[in-house]
Structure formats: structure tokens, C-alpha cells
Design a protein around this ligand. Structure first.
Ligand code: FE2
Ligand code: FE2
Length: 520
């Protein structure tokens, strides 16, 4: 593996560093990059008003969002006490990566005086050098001379990284742009947000009542790089849903941007925030990190960013849901669930449902959560159950037509591997029911399992309970009567004996192709 080692004060890390790292990756074929923020380096004093070591480290981590998962940040030099030398860093890295190629990356100024560093022979024996070359003719000559010198004197391996496409940029220029409100185009988005929120380098920003555009970099600076696409996806989905269902788009964007703002904190930090904001917790919440971040996130959003009560509440309820949710609460709950980077079995069906009918989507989402928790053996928060039950009782738009119920029953049978499932429309033939759903089970046990699943699904998805049930104990046939639909499950022998399809042959068969997937 080829590992690039890119050290620097990173005060702050900026787009010049990012483009240089990308050029090195491409030209040297690097597989991995380790950014190493330097502790106050031997040959450099940091200017007044600089970021602390922890802040420089944090900004480097945020910057990896623009590099991708091949890049990481090491605090190896910041942890070291006393003078910190590159030769020591390379010794440590060599131990950690005994079989890999190490490439020490550096700018031209550094490269031209490399022979004067502490223990240059150690440095050059442990790592190859990737030097960023710039445009000027004079420099090209100096580079060639230095390369030849290091090669003959130290047996060094030196490669020049052509960095001419990059606009020359220094941290000094970046720092100078910040007090006047500039710098956004010079910095990775989350780094810019971090500087603004921390008020570094004289950057001023009132965090209260920001609009979404100004808020976005700051919101990103609260996240782990791998979570940033999720939050941006949630914002995009929240905009779509707010437009479709007539919610305030700006409020939806702000809530989406801040909904996971405390997600990266660990349990002790979450509990400390709960204490600070006087958030009372139940037994389950005290142990469940996932449930805490929505509450602390809401508190931070209100305290730090001055968000409205509606936004506060949408963030507060975004993991569990609750009975009688507001439009914004539903939108944030669902945007978080179905945003474009989400990928789990059933997400496409959920997306379709949400876009067709918000409440039906909400019900489906709540049911999926409940089922997943049940399958994993995790406790289900009572608010989630209550949210589901509330929707079932007060559904309105979630009321299913008889045909939808019949298809739901057919799917429930199919899920448990029933054979020969048929749905007959008999609306015009009898007042008994609108639809018959008929299926065959292979054994008494399976018949009971099939019927149980129909009851469970119709309860969860539609809030329907059978009016009565016949033959349950016998097991060779069962009838579930829901009024508008009747579900008949037989064993093969009884199916033939009763011949319902034949009896009701004037009924219309509902075409189930594409509705029922093959079950293994
Ligand atoms: Fe969340
Ligand atoms: Fe989220």
C-alpha cells in the first residue's frame, strides 16, 4: 500500500491543501492519506489569534469530508510532548506500517531546505518524498538541483507532484479574508462553518436565526464527515416534502440541517447535555444513545441557533415520532428516513408511499421501525407505538379501500409462503363481502401461521381487526371475516372440497402479477 503523509500546521486547513492532496493521490497512486497536524513546529511560530491544537485537529477531520474515506487524520504529533520532529513521526509510522510505502508530501519551501531538517538521513531512509512543484521557471531549476542533491547525498527517492492547476493559496491569505466575512470559497465547507461558529481568526458570526444557506456550513461542522451526506440528503428531501405538502420550506431546511447536530457525541457527553438543559429521561432513554441525540439536538438548536418552537419540536421527535405529529414533525421524521443516501430493504416502497400520501408513509415508517426493533430484540419506545396507534385510530387518509385490504392480506399470505393465492372481486355478486382472498397452506401449523400474519399485517398497516374468525382451532381451514373482505385459508384437500373459485366463478380475479414477489 502507498501511504501519503501530509503534515502541516493546517492553521487552518484550506482548499489548497485539498487540491494538493488530490494531485498527489492521482500522480503518486496513493492508496491512503494521513493528515498530521503539527504541534508548534520547530521552525515556525504560530501567529496571534490562531486556532488551538485541538481546533486545528478538528478542522483537519472536517476537511476529510472533501477528500473521502481514503483520508484520515492522526493526532500523533499533537500527542507528543516536547520538540516534535518529522523523523520521529516517520519512525512511529514505519513501525505501524512496516510493509507499506510511505510518501512524505511537502510544499516547495520545505522541499528546498529538507537537508537542513533534523535527521534528514532518517527521514529520507524511511520515506519517499512527494514535493509539490509550482509554476515559476526559477523554481523548476532549484527543484531539479535539490532532487539530484538529495538522491546522490542520501539515496533519496523523490517525485515531483505537478500542482500547477492549483491556485496558489496560503493560510495567511485565508486568515486575512475571514474577518471581513470572506473565505467561504477558500475553505472546505465544514471548516468554514467551524471557523465561523468558533469565531476563529477574527471571523464574526451571530449564530441566532441564520437562514439555511448561512447555517449549512455551520451545521456540517457539528458532524462526522461520514454523516454529512446524510444531513444534506435530509435537507434535500425535507425541501421536496415541504413543497409537496405545503410546509414552510425554510423551517424544514433548518430543522433538517440541525436534526443530528449532537449525533457524534458519546453517552457521557449526551447525558451531560441533558443535565445542562434539564432534559428529563426515562429508563430506556438513559441507555439509548440513539434516542438522546434528538433531545439534546433540539436543545442545542434552540439555545445556540434560536430556532422556533416548531423546529425544536421536529428535531425533538425525529427518532421516535409521537401521537398527533405536526406537519413539520412528520416531514423531518420521514425526510430523515428516506433521504437519497438511505439504502435498506423496503426503502423504495417507503419513498413511494411517502410521496403518494404523507400519513400512509408515516404509518409505514413507524411500522418498519417497530418491526426492525422487534426483530433485533430491541425495546421499542412507547412514543413510537403510540404514534402508530394514533395514526391507525385517526388515520383519515390512511383508510384502505377493500381492494387495498385484500391485496394487503394476499401479501401477508405470500410472506409466509402460502400456495396458490387468489383474490376474487365479488362486489356485484353478494353482500357477504367485496373480496375473497383464498390461499392454501401445507399443514395445520402453516395455516395458523398464515392467518396470524394476515391479522398482524392488517392490524399494523390498516388498523383492521377481524369481525369474526371460524375454524381457527381445527386448522384444516380458517376464515377471517373483515366485513368487506373475507380471507379463506385451506389445506389442499379442503380447498378442492369447497371449490370456492368454482362457486364464485362469476367473480373477477384480481391480477396479482408484480404484486406478490416469489418467496424462497
Ligand atoms: Fe437522528
Ligand atoms: Fe438523521
Amino acid at each position: 500500500m502507498r501511504i501519503g503523509i501530509y503534515g502541516g500546521t493546517f492553521n487552518p486547513i484550506h482548499r489548497g491543501h485539498i487540491t494538493a492532496a488530490l494531485a498527489a493521490r492521482e500522480q503518486l497512486g496513493l492508496d491512503r492519506l494521513i493528515l498530521i497536524p503539527a504541534s508548534v513546529p520547530p521552525h515556525k511560530r504560530l501567529p496571534q489569534g490562531s486556532a488551538s491544537a485541538e481546533q486545528r485537529l478538528e478542522m483537519a477531520v472536517l476537511a476529510t469530508a472533501e477528500l473521502g474515506p481514503w483520508a484520515e487524520v492522526s493526532d500523533l504529533e499533537l500527542r507528543r510532548t516536547g520538540m516534535s520532529y518529522t523523523s520521529d513521526t516517520l519512525r512511529e509510522l514505519r513501525q505501524r506500517y512496516p510493509d507499506d510505502e510511505l510518501w512524505l508530501l511537502m510544499g516547495s519551501d520545505m522541499f528546498l531546505c529538507l537537508h537542513d531538517w533534523h535527521e534528514p538521513e532518517v527521514i529520507l531512509s524511511l520515506a519517499s518524498i512527494g514535493a509539490f512543484s509550482r509554476t515559476e521557471e526559477s523554481e523548476a531549476e532549484a527543484f531539479a538541483r535539490q532532487k539530484a542533491f538529495l538522491e546522490s547525498e542520501f539515496g533519496a527517492r523523490v517525485a515531483l507532484v505537478d500542482n500547477r492547476r492549483v491556485v496558489e493559496l496560503s493560510s495567511t491569505e485565508v486568515r486575512e479574508a475571514l474577518p471581513a466575512g470572506g473565505g467561504a470559497d477558500l475553505l472546505p465547507e465544514a471548516v468554514y462553518g467551524y471557523i465561523r461558529r468558533e469565531g476563529l481568526y477574527g471571523a464574526q458570526c451571530d449564530l441566532k436565526h441564520l437562514g439555511p444557506e448561512e447555517l449549512r456550513p455551520i451545521a456540517l461542522s457539528y458532524l462526522k464527515p461520514k454523516r454529512m451526506p446524510h444531513v444534506l440528503g435530509t435537507e434535500a428531501e425535507a425541501i421536496r416534502l415541504a413543497q409537496q405538502y405545503g410546509a414552510d420550506v425554510t423551517e424544514a431546511r433548518i430543522a433538517a440541517l440541525l436534526h443530528d447536530c449532537t449525533k457524534k457525541l458519546d453517552l457521557p457527553a449526551q447525558l451531560a447535555l441533558c443535565e445542562h438543559y434539564g432534559i428529563e429521561l426515562d429508563e430506556l432513554e438513559r441507555r439509548a444513545l440513539k434516542l438522546l441525540h434528538s433531545k439534546t439536538g433540539a436543545a442545542v438548536a434552540r439555545d445556540v441557533f434560536g430556532v422556533s418552537d416548531e423546529i425544536y419540536s421536529a428535531i425533538w421527535w425525529h427518532t421516535t415520532g409521537k401521537p398527533d405529529m405536526s406537519l413539520l414533525e412528520k416531514i423531518i421524521y420521514l425526510a430523515d428516513y428516506i433521504e437519497p443516501t438511505r439504502d435498506f430493504p423496503g426503502v423504495e416502497e417507503l419513498r413511494k408511499t411517502v410521496r403518494a400520501d404523507l400519513d400512509a408513509g408515516l404509518l409505514m415508517g413507524l411500522n418498519m421501525t417497530i418491526r426492525e426493533m422487534e426483530e433485533m430484540g430491541n425495546p421499542i419506545h412507547k412514543n413510537t407505538r403510540e404514534a402508530r396507534d394514533y395514526l391507525l385510530k385517526n388515520g383519515g387518509t390512511t383508510m384502505k379501500t377493500p381492494k387495498e385490504l385484500a391485496i394487503l392480506a394476499a401479501k401477508a399470505l405470500n410472506d409466509k409462503k402460502a400456495k396458490d393465492i387468489q383474490v376474487l372481486e365479488i362486489t356485484d355478486l353478494t353482500t357477504l363481502a367485496d373480496y375473497f382472498v383464498i390461499a392454501t397452506g401445507s399443514s395445520n401449523t402453516q395455516i395458523n401461521a398464515l392467518v396470524d400474519n394476515v391479522e398482524k399485517e392488517l392490524h399494523e398497516q390498516a388498523g383492521e381487526e377481524p369481525l369474526h374468525r371460524e375454524g381457527y382451532r381445527g386448522g384444516t381451514w380458517v376464515l377471517l371475516d373483515y366485513g368487506c373482505i373475507a380471507v379463506h385459508v385451506f389445506n389442499a384437500e379442503n380447498r378442492q372440497f369447497y371449490g370456492l373459485e368454482h362457486l364464485w366463478r362469476d367473480g373477477k380475479q384480481v391480477d396479482l402479477t408484480g404484486i406478490l414477489e416469489e418467496k424462497e
